[in-house]
Design a protein around this ligand. Structure first.
Ligand code: KG4
Ligand code: ZN
Length: 347
C-alpha cells in the first residue's frame, strides 16, 4: 500500500513534542497522536526562555513524549515508516536534543530520518488541517517569526516581506512582561484586552507609510513602555483598567498593522495567482481571536478564502513536523546520520 506513517519530533523552542501522522493515498492526513510538554513553568522565574534549561528539559522529555504518542496512537514504533524531526531554526541545544533522539530511533528501527524546517512545519499546517492546495499565501506569525510567504510546494516558498525587528509574539510577550502579566504573553494580553478600551491609547503603526510588506514591532513596545511609565509617574501605579486599556490599545495596533500589510501581500499574491485566492495563517500568534477576525474581514473584502488551523496546531507541536516530514518523504526526500542541527535556516 501507499500508506505512510511518520513519527514527528519538535524541540526547537520551549515545547517538547512528539506526534504520529498517517497519510493514506487519496485521503485526508490523520493525526493519530499529538503530545506536547510545555516548559513555561521552568522558565517562568527568568522572564523568558533560558536556552540551557530548555535543552536539558527537551533531552529529558523527548523519550516520554515519544512513548506517550506511540501509546495514544495504538501503534508501535515498528509501524513507523520514518522519523521526522525539526532540524532548525531554533535554539541549538533543543534542536540538537531532537536530532539526536531521532538518530537513535532511526538507527534502532532501521528507518529513514527526515529533517524538517520548523517554519515549513508551520507553513504546511493548512494542508494538514484543510488539504489546502498549492499555491497559497501564508502569513506566518509566531514568537520568533513574522513573514508573508507564497507556498508553492513542500520545499518551495518565496518571501514577500516580513518583520524587520521583533516578531509580534515577542511583542506580546514583552508587553506582558512590562505589565506584570503571565507568560506566554499572547494569551494574557488577549484576555486583558477583552475588558479594555482600544481607543484610550493610540499606539504607532510603523511602516504603514512605506510601500511593501515589511513590518516592524519594536517601536510599539517602546511606545507602550513610555505610556506605562507616564501613567505610573502621574498616578503612582497602574489600575486594572489602565492595564486592560494598554493591552487593548497594543493589540489593536498589532491587528491594524497585520491586516493592512496582509491586504498589500494579497494584492501582490493575487496578481501572480488569480485563480487560487487563499490566505492561510499559522504560528502561535494566529491563535489570537482579534487577529483572526481582522484577517477574516480583509479576506472577505478581497473575496479570498481564509483558513487558520485549530489553536492547538497554531502553536508549536509535532504533528506539523510529522506532516511536513511526510510531504518531503513522499517527494522522495530524506536524510541520514549526517543530518545536522541548524540554528539559522531561512525558508
Ligand atoms: O509558534 P509558537 O508556539 O512558537 C514559536 O515562536 O515558534 O508561538 C509562540 C508565540 C508566543 O510569543 C505567544 O505569546 C504567542 O505565540 N501567542 C499569542 C497567542 N497565543 C500564543 N499571541 C497573541 N495572542 C494569542 N492568543
Ligand atoms: Zn513555532
Amino acid at each position: 500500500t501507499n500508506d505512510l506513517t511518520l513519527l514527528g519530533l519538535e524541540s526547537s523552542c520551549d515545547d517538547t513534542a512528539a506526534a504520529i501522522v498517517r497519510l493514506k493515498d487519496g485521503a485526508a492526513p490523520e493525526i493519530l497522536a499529538s503530545v506536547v510538554h510545555g516548559q513555561t513553568d521552568l522558565h517562568a522565574a527568568f522572564g523568558g526562555v533560558v536556552p540551557e534549561i530548555a535543552a536539558r528539559a527537551h533531552a529529558e522529555k523527548l523519550d516520554i513524549c515519544v512513548e506517550q504518542a506511540v501509546a495514544a496512537s495504538g501503534l508501535t514504533l515498528q509501524d513507523m515508516d520514518a522519523i521526522a524531526v525539526t532540524a532548525g531554526p531554533g535554539l541549538i541545544g533543543g534542536v540538537l536534543s531532537g536530532v539526536m533522539c531521532a538518530k537513535g530511533l532511526s538507527a534502532a528501527l532501521n528507518i529513514p530520518i527526515v529533517g524538517v524546517n520548523h517554519l515549513a512545519g508551520h507553513a504546511l499546517t493548512p494542508r494538514l488541517t484543510d488539504q489546502v492546495a498549492f499555491p497559497y499565501l501564508m502569513l506566518l506569525v509566531s514568537g520568533g517569526h513574522c513573514q508573508f510567504l507564497i507556498a508553492r510546494g513542500p520545499e518551495d516558498f518565496s518571501r514577500l516581506g516580513g518583520t524587520i525587528d521583533d516578531a509580534p509574539g515577542e511583542a506580546f510577550d514583552k508587553t506582558a512582561r512590562l505589565l506584570g502579566l503571565a507568560q506566554p504573553g499572547g494569551p494574557s494580553v488577549q484576555a486583558q484586552a477583552l475588558n479594555g478600551d482600544p481607543k484610550r491609547f493610540r499606539f504607532p503603526r510603523p511602516l504603514l507609510d512605506r510601500p511593501g510588506c515589511d513590518l516592524s514591532f519594536s517601536g510599539l513596545k517602546t511606545a507602550l513602555l513610555r505610556t506605562r511609565d507616564s501613567i505610573i509617574a502621574e498616578k503612582g501605579g497602574l489600575t486594572i483598567q489602565d492595564r486592560a486599556d494598554l493591552c487593548a490599545g497594543f493589540q489593536d495596533a498589532v491587528v491594524d498593522v497585520l491586516c493592512k500589510k496582509t491586504a498589500r501581500a494579497l494584492k501582490l499574491y493575487l496578481e501572480e495567482n488569480p485563480s487560487q485566492p487563499v490566505l492561510a495563517v499559522a504560528g502561535g500568534v494566529a491563535a489570537n481571536t482579534q487577529i483572526r477576525a481582522g484577517l477574516e474581514a480583509v479576506c472577505a473584502q478581497h473575496r479570498v478564502a481564509f483558513t487558520a488551523p485549530p489553536l492547538a496546531l497554531c502553536t508549536d507541536n509535532a504533528a506539523m513536523i510529522a506532516y511536513a516530514g511526510l510531504e518531503r518523504f513522499r517527494a522522495g526526500l530524506s536524510d541520514d546520520m549526517t543530518l545536522s542541527a541548524r540554528p539559522r535556516w531561512p525558508l
